[in-house]
Write a new protein. Structure first.
Length: 166
């Protein structure tokens, strides 16, 4: 198992003009989360041009479906990506999840509207907002997501404390 090189993966995507929004644990880290993350989650624009750039960029990293036995065939190319929607990969740089749709938010255009431009690793990219993360984590409903909600709500309240009425 390769330790995920978050910075290298995001740099590669950004430098190759991939249209994506950082979501999941890395987005939470960008907002101040202290929770560990072991993969990179992005929502990608599903146009033919963007998917072609995405596949050309990632192909040298030998993407393989994560959680699937090696004997199940999968060809990493634009056609396969466009026929599917959400993918979990292991690459030579670590784990990368490509989501065409984010639960609780929608497809790329809705996710983009729920994001903000932010700095990560010296690059400026679209990062899901805390409110967007909260919607996605509530919709996913996994135990680890429900635990993360508590921290995200605290971070939101620190950055935007509720007003006190007299």
């Amino acid at each position: 198992m390769v330790e995920t090189n978050i910075e290298a993966i995001l740099t590669l995507l950004a430098q190759n003009q991939i249209e994506f929004v950082v979501i999941g644990g890395v987005a939470a880290l960008a907002h101040g989360s202290a929770r560990a993350t072991f993969d990179v989650d992005v929502c990608y624009r599903r146009t033919k041009e963007n998917v072609a750039r995405l596949c050309n960029t990632l192909a040298p990293l030998n993407p393989r479906l994560r959680g699937v036995t090696e004997d199940i065939p999968f060809i990493f190319d634009s056609e396969s990506i466009l026929l599917g929607l959400n993918f979990t990969f292991t690459t030579d740089m670590g784990d990368l999840d490509l989501l065409g749709e984010v639960a609780g938010i929608g497809m790329y255009d809705q996710v983009l509207m729920a994001s903000e431009r932010g700095g990560l690793y010296g690059l400026t990219m679209n990062v899901l907002t805390i409110e967007g993360l909260l919607k996605a984590k509530r919709a996913a409903g996994r135990r680890k997501d429900l635990e993360a909600i508590i921290e995200l709500e605290a971070l939101r309240d620190l950055n935007d404390p509720p007003s006190v009425t007299e």
